[in-house]
Design a binder for this molecule. Structure first.
Ligand code: NAD
Length: 366
């Protein structure tokens, strides 16, 4: 395997990244980049995105941007981890092979624990099992007979729990209470996280307006809660009359076109990179919409995979309680962090995303 450290100082998304390495393995066809943004708090932790990038530069810019985001996310959720991310260039449906994933594990191993991988777009828990055969620095392994432990398995329900904690902080900030009963929530996307978050709110008496491209998921929720769930077309969900808009599908949905049409008073959801551009944070503030920063409230998933990693590798630098209940208590703290961010943003009259970034930097920049 050819291993090359890249000089990325002229890249658009360069932000003082510590190390960025290109791995080229002709034998398996692996072409991957691993980026370590900042490891002041601990090893760089972040998923592997397998994606058919148009060219190497596009892959590089993506991994630089994503690894930076992980530094901020881990810092604010209180993990002893830094920011890292990896990309594999190719089509996951046609190019991925078990041998390629094992080669990628060797690439990770060559960094001697400075980077820990988990799933992202285009990779699955089965891929993590392949990777685990060549490196220990992997998490997101499925729960099965080889990996029986309460911390293993799908992190989405934990992500949903954290999102609801963030939603409740926003409710307190805006309405003075955290009771969802009688409030209207618009949920974009009833996938692994959106569906679980919707169920929590419904059990607490909320009214929901939902949209998904998959009618089966909508029908399932409506059949369970016929009095509380309405649905609209996917093209309309961002504009409906609601107290809270919860983006739980894809990124980039808060932009110049959508923000002026949003009627919700609060935006708080699971989707990553909801702001199309950093300046849309300010636009939301000017529109009088309270935005709970995405990476703050969707950090439950990283807590889940980090706990799994600490348990499996018998490394637990912060002496966390590595049980389901310990993990849930950790994720519950997203409520306090979100409250602090919303309060400080109001106090300094600044957009909430800016406040979150400032508070994160105070933690990881020593
Ligand atoms: P998922 O693929 O299970 O669900 C996404 C859902 O959105 C699907 O049901 C899909 O049909 C629907 N959808 C897609 N486009 C839509 C549109 N235009 N309008 C309405 N619905 C649409 O994904 P997920 O795991 O639930 O993740 C949702 C978001 O949360 C993603 O942005 C993901 O990156 C982010 N996130 C997830 C986790 C996690 O633990 N799964 C953790 C952090 C962040």
């Amino acid at each position: 395997m050819n291993i090359t450290d890249l000089d990325v100082s002229l890249s658009a998304n360069f932000d003082g990244h510590e190390r960025v390495t290109f791995f080229d393995d002709p034998e398996t066809g692996l072409k991957a980049i691993i980026a370590l943004h900042n490891t002041n708090l601990g090893p760089g932790f972040g998923g592997c995105r397998f994606y058919p990038y148009t060219d190497h530069q596009a892959a590089l810019e993506d991994v630089l941007r994503l690894s930076r985001g992980m530094t901020y996310k881990s810092a604010l959720v209180g993990l002893p981890l830094g920011g890292g991310k990896s990309v594999i260039i190719g089509n996951p449906k046609t190019d991925k092979t078990p041998a390629m994933m094992r080669a990628f594990g060797k690439a990770i191993e060559s960094l001697q624990g400075r980077y820990i991988v988990a799933e992202d777009v285009g990779t699955t828990d089965d891929d993590m099992v392949e990777i685990a055969s060549t490196t220990i620095h992997v998490s997101g392994l499925p729960e099965d007979k080889n990996f029986p432990h309460e911390l293993r398995g799908n992190p989405s329900p934990i992500t949903a729990q954290g999102v609801i904690s963030g939603v409740k902080s926003a409710l307190i900030h805006h309405f003075g209470h955290s009771n969802p009963q009688g409030l209207r929530f618009a949920v974009q996307g009833l996938g692994a996280v959106g569906y679980a978050a919707a169920e929590i709110l419904l059990q607490e008496g909320a009214q929901l307006i939902v949209a998904d491209l998959d009618q089966v998921r909508i029908d399932k929720l409506k059949s369970l809660y016929p009095q509380q769930v309405q649905h609209v077309a996917a093209s309309d969900i961002l504009m409906v009359e609601a107290d809270v808009l919860m983006p739980c599908a894809m990124g980039g949905i808060l932009n110049d076109t959508t923000i002026p049409q949003i009627k919700a008073k609060i935006i708080a959801g699971a989707a990553n990179n909801q702001l199309a551009l950093a300046r849309h944070d300010k636009l939301l503030k000017e529109a009088g919409i309270l935005y709970a920063p995405d990476y703050v409230i969707n950090a439950g998933g990283i807590v889940a995979v980090a706990y799994q990693y600490f348990e499996r590798t018998h490394s637990n630098p912060s002496k966390f309680d590595l049980t389901q209940s310990g993990m849930r208590s950790h994720v519950e703290k997203i409520k306090d962090t979100t409250s602090t961010i919303l309060r400080e943003a109001a106090q300094y009259d600044e957009p909430t995303g800016l406040t979150a970034d400032r508070l994160a930097r105070a933690i990881f920049q020593k």
